[in-house]
Design a protein around this ligand. Structure first.
Ligand SMILES: Nc1ncnc2c1ncn2[C@@H]1O[C@H](COP(=O)(O)OP(=O)(O)OP(=O)(O)O)[C@@H](O)[C@H]1O
Ligand SMILES: [Mg+2]
Length: 413
């Protein structure tokens, strides 16, 4: 078993909230982690995947949650609102911390009535598929280090990987069950993964009847991963009404199949682009949906490489957020004249990091231009600007600007 870096965040959440929620995409390791937590802390584990347990939870939710010790409820979303209300009443009577651990693979807390009823009582922890650090058994936290000094950043012990090794890691992605599988096994696994999403999750959580269109929609999103998303364009390409496409996209977002990275616009320039960028949650899944393999990506000039490497980076920065000691949000930046920064990380106290991603092993100074502009405009608020590239050297470029090999993402402290 690979240790999960999110476990530390969950332990902290247990100290702070009466209810801890673990949510993330299917097959990210939620059940495994919940079982491990119950084993360590003592308590009971119930899964609503089990029909009899589900029936008990639905028939008498109040009695179902009446326990002395920690109760973990897996696949919580299957019982919906009545069970949630029972949990709320229960923790209102008994305010001890860490009473319930709920796991689910949909953003059930994005439903306003649900989030309101647990407000102030629950702490949500995202559990994404394995990060590159978790795969290598280390605490990866480049996100948090980017807010520290450039001197420290330049001392990171980075792994020297070849372009082929990077692209292979990207195609594998982070789903624990297949991270070391062959190409063939991975392909078969992803195909059945997509079937499960369509046949089970879609039907369970929505009114969408033609769930058969979902793979097509997800494939269209994968074709646009790491690009600015314009829903109307996608709808036109797929010949679907815009509102229908919005329903599909919303549903797929709710089950963590993809996410949006919003545009960052802090008056830096007047005419910044407002549309979000779309990213498939796991780069391995994105590669599968695009029919990309490490062999096909090795062809020089292959256009899928850039967006997949960017999807890889976004996924790692997002995964690391779960256990980062610094709270940051992820944005992208582009202005009307075409100047852009792939990722902006903004901390809760308003400090800013710029991250450019270059899917090439040689370094091009032009990628520093917008980062330097950002630094000069933001002054002290600017923490660091980095270019992540597929080369092997750490290259300093003066005040707070550094080029780092992509493997800096999972460099140990
Ligand atoms: N930390 C880990 N190290 C190695 N393998 C793991 C780890 N966590 C989970 N796995 C494996 O990954 C697969 C999925 O794990 P698990 O069932 O816990 O995920 P899940 O998020 O509950 O999935 P689902 O949403 O489908 O219920 C299982 O085969 C499990 O053995
Ligand atoms: Mg599970």
């Amino acid at each position: 078993m690979l240790p999960r870096n999110a476990a530390a965040a969950i332990a902290r959440a247990f100290e702070a909230g009466r209810v801890v929620l673990i949510a993330g995409p299917r097959q990210s390791g939620k059940t495994t982690l919940a079982l491990e937590i119950v084993r360590q802390r003592g308590g009971e584990f119930a899964t609503l995947d089990d029909e009899a347990t589900l029936r008990a939870a639905l028939d008498d939710p109040v009695a179902f949650v009446e326990r002395e010790r920690l109760l973990a409820i897996d696949e919580f979303q299957r019982a919906g609102e009545p069970l949630l209300r029972a949990v709320k009443r229960n923790v209102d009577r008994d305010p001890r911390k860490g009473r319930f651990l709920l796991t689910g693979s949909s953003r059930f807390l994005s439903i306003p009535t649900l989030s309101e009823s647990l407000a102030g009582r629950a702490i949500l922890v995202d559990l994404w598929p394995l990060s590159q650090g978790e795969l290598r058994r280390c605490r990866d936290a480049l996100g948090e280090r980017l807010f520290g000094s450039d001197t420290r950043l330049r001392q990171l012990g980075v792994q020297r990987l070849s372009r082929t090794e990077y692209l292979d890691a990207a195609c594998r992605g982070g789903f624990p069950e297949i991270h070391s599988a062959s190409d063939y096994v991975r392909r078969t696994w992803f195909a059945s993964y997509l079937r499960t999403i369509v046949q089970r999750d879609a039907v369970e959580i929505s009114r969408i009847r033609r769930a058969g269109d979902l793979p097509r929609v997800l494939r269209a999103l994968a074709a646009r991963t790491a690009q600015v998303l314009n829903i109307s364009d996608v709808a036109r390409d797929l010949e679907l009404p815009r509102t229908t496409l919005e329903d599909y996209a919303f549903l797929l977002e709710n089950i963590y199949a993809w996410y949006r990275v919003p545009a960052w616009a802090r008056n830096l320039t007047q005419r910044a682009v407002r549309h979000p960028k779309a990213f498939i949650s796991d780069v391995g899944l994105a590669a599968h949906l695009r029919g990309a393999t490490s062999a096909s990506l090795a062809v020089p000039g292959e256009p899928a490489v850039g967006p997949l490497v960017e999807t890889f980076v976004a996924g790692e920065l997002l995964r690391q957020r779960t256990w980062s000691s610094i709270d940051y949000d992820l944005y992208h930046f582009r202005d009307a004249r075409g100047a852009e920064v792939d990722f902006i990380l903004e901390s809760a106290d308003g400090r800013v990091v710029g991250v450019e991603v270059k899917a090439s092993a040689t370094f091009d100074h032009r990628s520093l231009k917008t980062l330097a502009l950002l630094r000069d405009r933001l002054g002290d608020r600017f923490a660091n600007g980095v270019v992540l590239y597929l080369g092997t050297e750490v290259l300093p470029f003066g005040d707070r600007l550094t080029a780092l090999p992509l493997s800096a993402l999972w460099a140990p402290a």
